[in-house]
Design a protein around this ligand. Structure first.
Ligand SMILES: [Zn+2]
Length: 258
């Protein structure tokens, strides 16, 4: 399989038979770093789109991508309305109603688990508001019109390998312990949304003990709402505690094969 990181929590997983997009988001502003050269219209392959939660940096481009590719969208409760408001048809949307719901996408097994969004801490909120400053009114609709909804994490079994995707790092210890009772080969873990995100993301590694760790969401996707998170301290920490794990820090739009 080929796995491509699109920045934020966006990935494409491609096999000979099937293409899955997760949280695909391309429409950044012109201050975003690194720059995303792809536009939604550049993505013409995708059989299904999986969503972790409803914030704009996860679903903004989904109606366009779904109409380009015909892909059906799988998301948590409370997200479908935002997609419909932005042009999607209800029949193209499947809202996951029960935790642990299983899907078979042409031989790729997918399971949706209920998860939680990271709780922004006060220091991060203070720094973010100081940066946004007088532009708050301009960005408020983008935040208000894309409610979080039920947060999901996705476990995929692709060509015998288990991939676990998280689009936000608010999982409880119980949730991680439960998920850790089954083996994970490749962990996609987000580095965004909390001043202690390195330590928080590290808990995911400790609980799931993956063979490969791929951080996501560390990019500065929408300044001044976002900032860049340096993934190196996370990589160092994982190296100390899990010396056998492979940490892959991808460039935007980089593809790796498994
Ligand atoms: Zn979010």
């Amino acid at each position: 399989m080929e796995l491509t990181w699109f920045g934020t929590a966006g990935f494409r997983i491609k096999t000979d038979k099937h293409t899955i997009l997760i949280d695909p988001y391309f429409s950044r502003n012109d201050k975003a770093l690194p720059r995303q050269s792809l536009k939604p219209s550049d993505i013409q392959d995708g059989d299904v789109i999986l969503i972790s939660h409803g914030h704009f940096d996860h679903i903004y481009d989904v109606p366009t991508l779904s109409s380009n590719t015909g892909a059906k969208v799988y998301c948590g409760n409370g997200i479908g309305e935002a997609l419909i408001r932005n042009g999607m048809e209800r029949g193209q949307i499947h809202e996951v109603n029960s935790a642990g719901e299983n899907f078979d996408f042409n031989g790729i097994q997918a399971q949706a688990f209920f998860s939680q969004h990271v709780k922004f801490d006060r220091w991060l909120i203070f720094k973010t508001l100081a940066r946004i400053n007088f532009r708050l009114l301009r960005y408020l609709p983008l935040i208000r019109e894309y409610p979080e909804g039920q947060v999901l994490s996705w476990r995929l079994i692709v060509e015998g390998k288990t991939i676990h995707h998280f689009g936000s790092a608010g999982s409880t210890s119980d949730e991680l312990a439960r998920l850790g009772s089954q083996p994970t080969d490749i962990l996609l873990v987000p580095l965004q949304g909390h001043s202690d995100i390195i330590q928080i993301a590290h808990k995911y590694v400790t609980a799931l003990q993956p063979k490969v760790v791929i951080p996501n969401h560390q990019d500065n996707f929408f300044p001044p709402i976002s900032t860049m998170v340096d993934p190196q301290p996370f990589a160092e920490l994982v190296k100390q505690t899990n010396p056998d794990a492979e940490i892959k820090i991808l460039e935007i739009n980089e593809t790796v094969s498994f």
